[in-house]
Design a protein around this ligand. Structure first.
Ligand SMILES: [Zn+2]
Length: 116
């Protein structure tokens, strides 16, 4: 499938779905905001209408695979240790940047103190 090579993120859809299911079963907090925006809504569809829904976030961006010593973009996308659960909105804000930049962006959002 030539199109699969164009986007390493979807090179192995079956494996990604398995990872997704495993991560959802673990039910962890968002790795980007560390749960500051609340728990991930694992039962909601992953789209812009559900900003707290669940997506898989690559800790080390797949686009920078060489920099992080991966053999290929696909290797970075399929490395379980490189993946963490995240809110849809946190992942969208992170974009191709680093986690540090994402943290900075999160801090700019007005978050009510709540239970903290
Ligand atoms: Zn988050």
């Amino acid at each position: 499938m030539p199109s699969a090579k164009a986007n390493p993120r979807y090179a192995n859809g079956a494996l990604r779905r398995k990872y997704r299911a495993r991560m959802a079963a673990m039910g962890g907090a968002c790795g980007i905001c560390k749960g500051r925006l609340g728990p991930i809504r694992y039962d909601e569809p992953s789209d812009a209408a559900h900003p707290l829904s669940f997506v898989i976030d690559e800790i080390r961006p797949v686009s920078r695979w060489r920099q992080f010593g991966y053999a290929s973009p696909r290797a970075a996308a399929e490395d379980w240790d490189n993946l963490q659960p995240a809110h849809w909105i946190c992942n969208a804000r992170k974009g191709a940047g680093t986690g540090t930049q994402a943290q900075k962006n999160i801090k700019e959002i007005n978050i009510p103190d709540g239970s903290w």
